[in-house]
Design a protein around this ligand. Structure first.
Ligand code: WTA
Length: 658
């Protein structure tokens, strides 16, 4: 490190706040502090976001809160999301780029709004021709190829909610989601590139079809003109359907604002993932508004969020928000380090990206690879985002300096699959940045911090507690698909008066811990429930445990989150084996294999630890917290409620000697 570097590092490290550069403030979409006052007119302030959209008919009521927590937004309004993301831009921006796609193999596609219109229409016609009707849920299992946003928008056009399953999920996970969503149509592809290899993706569809008791029709796109792997004759080739519908247009279906736009399955505190159901009007309004004010997106920008569209970030801030604003959104198919660790910066330079949006995990990885992979690449970001996990000030500073060249603003955005869009984030021109803190509530959002008894902790006290949201917002989930009871029990029951029909008695529980500092900035600490965050991917400990329980050799299993410098958290699996089973590598491989099989390779555990017994309360409940302390080398804490208080110590001794 040079002397100059040392001074910059130490100056940065001592600084608590960073001002947005003047050039940024001058051009920002949200530069007038009065915006907060406008949104404090609750719920009317949110009309500002709805007015950013084209409506087929105006809403008559902004918010119907007569039946909490089943809130309804922009009631009486009608609109179509595909019209808003495509058709309405054609007059002015038809020949501007909507999607800029780069394959891992170097292939590129520049898809203008005119092209996107044509492809979405043909695909919508194709979906209709195989019997997809309004309100049918279409399950989409596609990687980062243009077919993914095209299929999503085609579904939106005909009013069929989509349920996108991240391509890294296993066949079993796909089958489970197809079953839960009662889907009669699954859309997949022959394969895609990852680290130079062409991955056979059809295999997963084949296995999932063998697994599910439903009999959905499978539609297969191809990555190249011809399929690269064997595709079953039972499947319908999308290319053939498109040939039959060349040049056809499909009138966008007018959807009620409250009609669902999509489902997104996410992990909760039980073994079964929940289908978060998002509405058309409120969701699209909220992601459009936050893309404009928080992401500062303008039509002439080139915006790049290298997340996967298979997670909520991609839905809200690769597809719906950016396209609704008519900008250019970049998609990259492959691994960030293929063929070299400069790939990301080569793309940023080649496409002249202005706005960059990534996760703390990715930042930590770039940091580990070293700035030499960034240097020499000529890109200039005006705005950068982080999402998905708390960011350590050290990683923030590295991002600020080496990626942002100390001239870009950074927004740290806290939100969830359930919230649809950002809830805690600074508006970048209006607040100084503070490394490690998401910052202020987004306009119109009312967070608070409660203690475990449901008492509100005084604002700006610096005391940690449960993060809650006290007022509804348009981007919030409508319900858990097909399970209103679970919607109430997972998010509302704990801090609400569930007998009341007065909306002010209903409080949304985020499941995260947070503190609000004296300066008003919120810092989100991480999950307080049995959900972990592995490299920005959300995983339920119970989901992992039920996968492990599939292995016959296993008597009992418990999963604990271990803190990890790179991935944030990683799962450790503690298992006891059945009588007569030997604790060996084969059993370990079977356990890892079961997780890959039930969830996907990305959920692979850090370690499998064989133990004689698991720490349990007298009533037999496994105390994961103690295992978490062991995994992280922390003090054990109170063990007096245990049936056998010696168990955790034995496990600890064993882990330390292993
Ligand atoms: C965590 C991702 C700290 C949090 C959009 C939340 C964060 C979970 C931040 C949701 C942030 C998200 N700072 N933690 N800026 N953003 N989280 O549903 O624990 O995949 O509950 O949505 O990620 O993960 P999900």
């Amino acid at each position: 490190m040079s002397d100059e570097d040392i001074t910059i590092e130490s100056r940065l490290a001592e600084q608590d706040y960073f001002e947005p550069p003047e050039e940024f403030v001058e051009q920002a979409n949200a530069a007038d502090p009065a915006i907060y006052d406008r949104f404090d007119e609750f719920p009317g302030g949110f009309e500002e976001y709805a007015e950013m959209l084209d409506w087929d008919s105006e809403w008559d009521t902004v918010l119907d809160d007569s039946n909490p927590p089943f809130y309804e937004w922009f009631v009486g309004g009608e609109l179509n999301a595909s019209h808003n993301c495509v058709d309405r831009h054609l007059d002015e921006r038809g020949d501007e780029t909507a999607l800029l796609w780069e394959g891992e193999d170097g292939e590129t596609r520049d898809i203008t709004y005119d092209d996107l219109h044509e492809k979405v229409n043909e695909t919508a016609a194709a979906l209709r021709s195989v019997g997809v009707e309004e309100d049918d849920v279409v399950t989409i299992h596609l990687p980062m190829v243009p077919a993914l946003p095209i299929t999503m928008l085609a579904c939106a056009r005909i009013g069929a909610p989509h349920s996108v399953v991240f391509a890294g999920f296993s066949a079993n996970a796909l089958a489970e989601r197809v079953g839960s969503a009662e889907s009669d149509h699954v859309v997949t592809i022959d394969g895609y590139y990852r680290r130079g290899e062409f991955l056979d993706h059809i295999e997963k569809a084949d296995e999932a079809m063998a697994e599910t008791d439903r009999d959905p029709e499978v539609l297969a796109w191809t990555r190249h003109d011809e399929p690269e792997v064997d595709v079953s004759d039972d499947y319908t080739m999308v290319a053939d359907l498109l040939d039959d519908h060349r040049g056809e247009t499909v009138e966008p279906v007018s959807r009620d604002a409250e009609d669902p736009l999509f489902l997104m399955y996410t992990s909760g505190t039980t073994g079964q993932p929940k289908g978060c159901q998002h509405r058309t009007g409120g969701y699209l309004a909220y992601v459009t508004g936050t893309s404009k004010y928080v992401e500062d997106i303008k039509p002439e920008d080139t915006y790049w969020c290298p997340a996967d569209i298979g997670w909520i970030t991609g839905h809200s801030y690769i597809v719906y928000g950016p396209l609704s604003l008519g900008t250019t959104t970049v998609m990259y198919e492959g691994a960030p380090d293929h063929p070299t660790k400069s790939r990301i910066w080569e793309i940023a330079e080649a496409y002249d990206v202005d706005i960059f949006h990534t996760s703390p995990t990715a930042v930590r990885q770039f940091m580990k690879w070293g700035e030499e992979h960034v240097e020499g690449h000529d890109f200039d970001f005006r705005h950068m985002t982080t999402v998905g996990e708390p960011i350590q000030p050290e990683a923030w500073l590295w991002y600020y300096k080496h990626i942002g060249d100390e001239s870009a603003v950074i927004v740290d955005t806290w939100w969830q699959t359930e919230t649809g869009g950002h809830l805690i984030t600074n508006l970048p021109a209006l607040h100084d940045m503070k490394p490690g803190s998401a910052g202020h509530p987004a306009p119109g959002i009312q967070p608070a911090i409660y203690d475990d008894n449901g008492e509100s902790i005084p604002a700006e006290s610096g005391e940690a507690g449960n993060l809650v949201i006290e007022r509804p917002w348009p981007g919030m989930l409508q319900t858990v698909y097909g399970n209103d009871e679970r919607f109430i029990s997972e998010y509302w029951e704990r801090f609400s008066d569930t007998d009341s029909d007065d909306s002010s008695d209903w409080v949304y529980e985020a499941g995260d811990g947070a503190v609000q500092a004296e300066d008003g900035y919120y810092r989100v600490l991480g999950r307080l429930d049995d959900v972990m965050n592995v490299a920005g991917h959300r995983l339920g400990t119970m989901e992992l445990e039920s996968a492990v329980a599939e292995v016959d050799d296993v008597a009992e299993a418990a999963v604990a989150a271990r803190e990890d410098a790179e991935k944030g958290e990683v799962p450790d699996v503690y298992v006891t084996v059945r009588e007569g089973v030997e604790e060996n590598e084969e059993v370990r491989d079977r356990i890892v294999g079961a997780i890959e099989q039930e969830i996907g390779k990305f959920a692979r555990p850090n370690e499998v630890i064989f133990v004689d017994d698991l720490p349990k309360t007298r009533s037999g409940k496994i105390m994961r917290r103690l295992l978490e302390n062991i995994s992280n080398g922390d003090e054990l804490g109170n063990t007096t409620t245990l049936r056998d208080p010696s168990v955790p110590e034995e496990i600890r001794d064993q882990v330390q000697t292993d």
